[in-house]
Write a protein that binds this ligand. Structure first.
Ligand code: GLA
Length: 334
């Protein structure tokens, strides 16, 4: 199949670029005080995505993040997944949906729908699985990513979006972003990044981002899952550009959010050159009874919306006390 990219434009000057390879989000251009910024890190050449090890802009899955021991059990039957990170399973395994060509199902000026399928047993997953992803670029500078998955038998599904954001604009230093995460808890991991099963309080830990805080790449090597405290109708995390002129608000109905500050980036990319905000089930949740999770079945397809919304020129509202927040919402028109 031919490697292609598609551009969506809204009425307020945003442009997003999406590829049929991995249904990847390649670029998002937005106007910040008459300056055009592309806020998504990626390759200059489209063909470089074909051997990208970093999941740039990809839809990761069928189950994003890690499944410990690369196995899970449904109705007493254990399924062995492909182990692609030591003995564990990461982002659906090798050559998964992030590294496949997707079909274009529908294209309009502000909407693009892509589809792909994998057979039963693909990388160990019970299936067959049918994935649809629809990107909607709205006039309020939000991008909704709707993911739908149907299956022919009960299975484990939990895909996510994997763009690396640099709100300073790609080409500019990503140092100095401010992050706020509305999470009172996170899920600690062992030395192989598999959750210990504990749901821990962020108080008095480096994972307390309840008040906005500047990320320091020397200190903040984040690759952790946070427990979302707010419903999908509210912003669950906010990333703020180093110059404070641009905010990115993230929300979804997923119970967790992986925040990954890009420490493993290399080659064409600087470590910490972009920040991933990946809504998800908690890692390894199919194997942890205390973690929220639901199976996808032929009768209950998987449906999830992940929303990224840009809010501009809100410098004065960085104070996130309740009063400042509601003032920000009025100004931002949310
Ligand atoms: C996720 C993981 C990271 C890393 C990246 C891809 O965010 O949590 O550990 O594997 O994907 O490089």
């Amino acid at each position: 199949m031919e490697l292609r990219s598609f551009v969506l434009c809204n009425e307020t000057g945003d442009e997003v670029c999406i590829s049929n390879y991995g249904a990847r989000l390649l670029q998002w251009h937005t106007d910040v005080g008459h300056e055009d910024r592309n806020i998504i890190l990626g390759y200059a050449n489209l063909s470089d995505y074909l051997d990208d090890p970093f999941y740039h802009g990809a839809i990761a899955g069928p189950f994003a993040n890690r499944i410990g021991g690369a196995e899970f059990t449904i109705d007493g039957k254990t399924y062995e997944l492909q182990a692609n990170e030591g003995r564990h399973h990461l982002h659906g395994g090798k050559d998964s949906i992030s590294d496949m060509y997707w079909d274009i199902v529908a294209q309009e000026e502000q909407v693009l729908t892509l589809k792909c399928e994998v057979p039963d047993g693909f990388n160990g997953y019970p299936g067959g699985l049918h994935f649809w992803v629809t990107y909607h670029l709205n006039n309020d500078s939000s991008l909704d990513v709707d993911i739908k998955v149907t299956t022919e038998q009960a299975t484990v599904i939990g895909p996510t979006t994997h763009p690396y954001f640099n709100l300073a604009g790609v080409g500019n230093d990503a140092e100095g972003h401010v992050l706020q995460i509305f999470a009172d808890n996170y899920t600690p991991v062992d030395h192989q990044n598999i959750p210990t099963g504990e749901i821990a309080d962020v108080s008095d830990t480096p994972f307390d981002f309840r008040q906005p805080r500047q990320l320091d790449s020397e200190r903040e090597q984040l690759d952790h899952n946070f427990v979302m405290a707010r419903p999908a109708t509210e912003s669950q995390a906010i990333l703020i550009s180093p110059d404070k002129k641009l905010q990115l608000h993230v929300s979804s109905a997923y119970p967790g959010l992986q925040v990954y500050t890009g420490e493993f980036l290399s080659g064409k990319f600087e470590p910490f050159g972009g920040i991933c905000l990946e809504p998800q089930f908690y890692p390894n949740s199919p194997n942890e009874e205390a973690f929220p999770f639901f199976y996808t079945t032929p009768d209950e397809p998987f449906n999830m919306r992940i929303s990224y919304k840009l809010v501009k020129n809100v410098e004065q509202n960085l104070d996130t006390s309740e009063e400042a927040e509601s003032a920000g919402e009025d100004a931002g028109g949310e």
